[in-house]
Design a protein. Structure first.
Length: 114
């Protein structure tokens, strides 16, 4: 199982980024997909989830209304559209796939700074 994140970078406060996570070696459509993030000196925290069956979504309160998680099962890819970014959104963002076991990507850095 391999998860590869991309799309991170440096963005000004109020800006937007779209992260992607491409999966291989899994039956992607049957996996619950999540995004987590870890800021320097802090524990990894859950950001968003998209279900495998009905594509229902859930978000951490800190990102609700600003971030949108989506998936394209034909491309084995999950996305995280981030808008109205704040400096406190600065972190390494990790993709997670779950079905009985957890799988993680290597992470992509997002830095929100002027």
């Amino acid at each position: 199982v391999q998860l590869v994140e991309s799309g991170g970078g440096l963005v000004q406060p109020g800006g937007s980024l779209r992260l992607s996570c491409a999966a291989s070696g899994v039956t992607f459509s049957s996996y619950v997909m999540r995004w987590y993030r870890q800021a320097p000196g802090k524990e990894r925290e859950w950001v968003a989830t998209i279900a495998s069956r009905d594509d229902s979504t859930n978000y951490a309160d800190s990102v609700k209304g600003r971030f949108t998680i989506s998936r394209d099962n034909a491309k084995n890819t999950v996305y995280l559209q981030m808008s109205s970014l704040k400096p406190e959104d600065t972190a390494v963002y990790y993709c997670n796939a779950f079905r009985l076991l957890n799988y993680w990507g290597q992470g992509t850095q997002v830095t929100v700074s002027s």
